[in-house]
Design a binder for this molecule. Sequence first.
Ligand SMILES: [Zn+2]
Length: 323
Amino acid sequence: MKKITLIIFVLISVFSFAWSGHEAFTYYLVQDLVNKDSLIKITDYTYEEDRIYNEEYLVLEDVAGQREFFEPLGDGKFPPDPPPMDNNLPVWQILTIYSPEPDNGMDEGLNLSPLQGLIGNSQGVRHMKYRVGLLVAFEGDKSFMYFVNMSKKAFESGDRYWGYRFLARALHYIEDLSQPYHNAPGTFGELVWAAMNEKMRTILGYAHYFMDDYLVYLLYYSDNSTREAILGAKPVYFKTYYDYVKNVMNYTLSKFSIIHNEIKRIFGEDGLMQRVSIDEMKKKDENGEFYLLKSETLSIISYASSVIKGFLNQFLREVGEIN
Ligand SMILES: [Zn+2]
């Protein structure tokens, strides 16, 4: 059984996954932070870390004004990313531009665990948390907690710039866990079938890809409803920082079946043998085919937005950034 499990992960993880559009998602999320316009002086990186990174892609200098990590499927104009003024950046901009950063290669090509040798994709290990039947794997939730703690350390030492940069990375991982396919790759039966059947592996891989890109479509190319769902979400509060990521994972996983079934119904097996383009999404959307998929996705986005706003308020209050 263990062997089959590992094979499944090998097969499914050849796709490098990322819920896309983090910069736009985060930009809308931070609009009602009370200190979003506070200016933060850019500082150098001076940290000893317990995590290893792919140094080739790890960026430690400030890259404001360069749209360095922005989604290539986006429109190239939004969200704003002005250059620093007198070596200062507003809180909203640090959180926005660094939230997509972990998808840019720093978690890729690493040797993280014995499982790593078999799955051949370290980014997936750090950005997802699979729970399918009795299978539990990967550490997206740990990644969130790691950067919450790094951020806390930075704020406690008076380094507000790195406090917000680490916090932006924490946002990345909790946002990733609001992607249904970051919580499960398919049904248990499909996983068993995928271990033997290449077509099933391909279908599950492109279903995941579609959902990653669908958020970009909703944020950049659809109507205003996603933007309004994020902007209008009211913060909710929990006891511990882990409760925030746990609640996002639980809610998103509870929506997995309905979203997965809708994607299979809309595209059919043949439609999921290749990547779905933004143009194709536009056509299907105009034909009304995304009706249920969209409302279920927006319910996740709205819930995750409430949770992340609550987390930000609580965390920033506890580190003394807001009252
Ligand atoms: Zn990611």
